[in-house]
Design a protein around this ligand. Structure first.
Ligand SMILES: Nc1ncnc2c1ncn2[C@@H]1O[C@H](COP(=O)(O)OP(=O)(O)OP(=O)(O)O)[C@@H](O)[C@H]1O
Length: 770
């Protein structure tokens, strides 16, 4: 790039920064003013709430005034927060106003127009765009187009233009560090720079280097089921986070961030990605893990979490695996739905509703109500009608109960202040003492019977656990690979766990499905977008349930079938077809990402060689050392080597993660190395990632990345089944810059049989060490 162009661009940056400074100063003044107004309103509010409220007229007047003050306060809070957001945007832009420039020429124009693209828009006083937000329709040309005629979508339809130049900038603290013209979509030079950075424990936005395919994911507005499959480190999570920012911009009048939910693999991951949206001026969406979601819905029960399940996975018998697969499949969920639709009143697991130790509404009464409803009615509608009928009955019973001795006794035991307090609620005059007493009695009985009302309202008269058990015992058509006796054992286990207030993950989702179908609860119609990251770790039953629980949400499922833990790999297209059928989706799309950005070229080359069809993965050309396999004869010498390796890595890397197959290995490794160096053991309750040496099981490393990774014990002894390939691949692909695999004894054949060439891996073997 010649010096003149550089100078001209730097001068423009300087001008923009001058404008930003002016805007920042003005916005700061506006912010102060808005805060002062808010303070005034708040002071007014305080003095209004302390005025004399004893006279009715005063009371009415000051209530109206308080309402008004409240409205003013919330308006002022809102405008102060808008100004604050604006101020943050200007301050962010000041450091790096933009990263791209496109020169475009429409057919009817004589000269090209220069447009600059940054993380947010900036408009001058004459309403000219100085910077275009990366999400603006025209900005897609920057990400998608090579020079020449290009098309882009706008709210008014398809547009085309001639892209004459594409320039990329690296601007830091107002200074252009680097700039170059490119004809590529977004050039590798810029990516090289971004990817060479050290990990600083949180994910960054990628808006300056979004790749073409990622851009398709980000800007998709046509599909109700979007499945993104991609190699480890191919930017799936990045793409969906920028997608959320895009959707917030694109549908800002109709979409609120509270209408977006992301199911994330673990809490560490939630923290890891939590800076991306705020760095783009957007609020974070709601995040939840499957375990949290289920625990919340089964309050009082201990629902097995995903991590406990991983820990028990390899201890299951073949029968248990068959039962697990069946319970996690589509057929089982279909059978539940059919079962619920065809249940007659007599087959329903109703409970008596008790009050004060006696039956208030008997099962029979409830059955009788239910029985009278048309058979063809949906179970949830029948349930609602039953509830309404019970509430009506309850109202009648209140009058009957009010005439009973217990009510009279309770009224007699009230103090005069208690009676007065009840009478105050009447807001009317009483004609006689009897009238007064009858009012108090009714109020009191109503209050006591609140417990019955709550039981009706919360569906406590229905026992989903008994119903589910009946379904398991009598309502299931077993597949051929499950014997009656294996099924009986599984049912017994379900019952046994329930007695201990425990629920296995395999039963939690089907049981919830049954309960929701029957009671019509648990369904959230407000959510418009549902994102599921690491979808390969969800069963089809779980995904189907999420679709059922969020019926109005567009589904975005993101994953990598190669990273499935304890599972065989599933072809992405097969998975999409299955999902399409299960969800009845007419607008489904599968996008695959094959280029891997996270790791250096040698690390990705090694990781992909582990996979039978890894050749489809493209490694990004970022140089680095070849991965090492170190073989030691026993645990003692392996631990000694581990400590040496950690110290070596720490010379160049800020964070070194030792990743193990499971928690017991994590604990064991930690106990050995902790006396010798500072290290952090991570568990599923941790929410943030410190720097330094970390030790964690693979399932907690999902979605994360570390400067250096040491895989603990990749021996044949530890990795001897093809189902464990996903674990090895996941561990290897967490490394950004350096990877070492340590083996106690001979290396797993999953590695030795890979297609790795000898110059692509360094082997260090000592077989006779004590
Ligand atoms: N277009 C891009 N520009 C710059 N960096 C990128 C880009 N795409 C991805 N990255 C970087 O590559 C790394 C991996 O991205 P990300 O975590 O989104 O991948 P993933 O496909 O979700 O990985 P995994 O499946 O292994 O969890 C991150 O550091 C991310 O910032």
């Amino acid at each position: 790039m010649d010096a003149n162009s550089y100078q001209a661009e730097q001068q423009r940056v300087n001008r923009i920064i001058d404008q930003l400074n002016n805007k920042i100063n003005k916005t700061k003044r506006d912010y102060q003013k808005a805060n002062q107004e808010l303070k005034n309103v708040q002071q007014n509010y305080v003095s209004n709430t302390s005025i004399n409220l004893s006279e009715t007229d005063d009371l009415m007047e000051s209530r109206a005034e308080i309402q008004q003050q409240r409205a003013l306060a919330s308006r002022d809070i809102e405008s102060a927060s808008i100004i604050k957001k604006q101020l943050n945007t200007y301050q962010t832009l000041k450091k790096s106003p933009y990263f791209g420039r496109i020169d475009i020429q429409d057919a009817d124009e004589d000269t090209p127009e220069k447009l600059y693209i940054g993380t947010a828009s900036l408009i001058d006083n004459d309403q000219h765009f100085l910077i275009f937000d990366w999400r603006a329709p025209i900005a897609s040309v920057y990400y998608n187009g090579v020079l020449g005629q290009v098309a882009y979508d706008t709210p008014a339809g398809h547009q085309s233009t001639n892209l004459k130049r594409k320039r990329q900038f690296l601007i830091r603290n107002g200074k252009i560090d680097n700039m170059f013209d490119t004809n590529e979509t977004v050039g590798d030079k810029m990516l090289q720079y971004e990817l060479g950075q050290k990990n600083d424990q949180v994910m960054h936005n990628i808006v300056s280097t979004i790749q073409k395919k990622q851009n398709t994911i980000i800007r998709d507005t046509d599909h109700d089921l979007l499945v993104v499959q991609g190699a480890a480190g191919s930017g799936k999570t990045s793409a969906i986070l920028q997608r959320i920012a895009f959707l917030m911009y694109h549908s800002r009048d109709s979409l609120n961030v509270s209408q977006i939910v992301l199911f994330s693999p673990n809490r560490l991951f939630s923290h890891y990605i939590s800076d991306v949206l705020p760095s783009l001026g957007e609020k974070n969406m709601r995040q939840v893990t499957l375990s949290e979601f289920l625990s919340y819905r089964f309050e009082g029960l201990d629902v097995q979490n995903v991590f406990d399940r991983y820990e028990t996975e390899n201890k299951l018998s073949d029968d248990e695996i068959a039962v697990r697969n069946f319970k996690n499949g589509l057929d089982f969920m279909k059978q539940i739905k059919n079962y619920c639709s065809n249940l007659t009143s007599d087959q329903l697991a109703f409970n008596n509703i008790l009050f004060d130790g006696r039956i208030f509404f008997s099962k029979n009464e409830i059955h009788n109500i239910y029985r009278q409803l048309p058979m063809a009615m949906m179970p949830a509608d029948k349930f609602l009608k039953t509830k309404n009928a019970l509430i009506k009955l309850l109202k009648r019973r209140i009058k009957i109960e009010a005439k009973k001795d217990w009510a009279a006794k309770e009224v007699d035991s009230l103090s005069s202040t208690q009676v007065e307090q009840i009478l105050l609620k009447a807001h009317r005059k009483f004609l006689s003492e009897d009238d007064e007493r009858s009012f108090v009695t009714n109020k009191l009985v109503k209050e006591r019977l609140r417990i019955v009302y709550d039981a009706i309202y919360n569906d406590d008269f229905f026992d989903p656990y008994v119903q589910y058990l009946r379904f398991l015992k009598n309502g299931v058509n077993l597949p051929k690979n499950i014997t009656e006796s294996a099924w009986k054992v599984a049912n017994h286990k379900f019952n046994q766990k329930l007695e201990l207030h425990q629920l296995l993950l395999d039963d939690a989702v089907p049981l919830l499905y049954l309960r929701n179908i029957m009671c019509g609860d648990g369904i959230n119609h407000d959510i418009k977008y549902l994102f599921v990251d690491e979808m390969q770790d969800y069963s089809i039953a779980q995904l189907l349930y999420l679709k059922f629980a969020f019926p109005n949400a567009k589904l975005n499922l993101i994953g990598d079938s190669e990273q499935a833990l304890f599972k065989n790999v599933e072809n992405p297209q097969t998975a999409l077809n299955k999902l399409k059928r299960a969800f009845n989706s007419s607008h489904a799309k599968l996008i695959t990402l094959n280029r891997s950005y996270r790791s250096t070229y040698p690390i990705t080359t090694f990781a992909k060689s582990l996979l039978p069809d890894g050749k489809n993965i493209q490694a990004f050309h970022r140089p680095g050392n070849v991965p090492k396999i170190i073989i030691r004869p026993n645990s003692n010498s392996a631990i000694k080597t581990l400590i040496e390796q950690i110290n070596k890595m720490l010379k160049h890397q800020e964070t070194v993660a030792i990743i193990t197959k499971n928690l017991s290995e994590t604990k064991m490794v930690y106990s050995y190395i902790r006396p010798q160096m500072k290290a952090t053991i991570l568990s599923n309750t941790d929410r943030s990632l410190p720097k330094g040496v970390l030790i964690l099981p693979v399932y907690l490393a999902k979605g994360l990345e570390f400067d250096g990774v040491i895989a603990w014990d990749v021996s044949e002894n530890n990795y001897n089944q093809s189902q464990l390939l996903g674990i090895l691949y996941t561990i290897a692909t967490r490394a950004m810059h350096e990877l070492t695999l340590l083996s106690v004894g001979p290396v797993s054949s999953l590695i030795t049989h890979s297609h790795i060439n000898s110059h692509e891996i360094k082997i260090d073997r000592k077989l006779n060490e004590k």
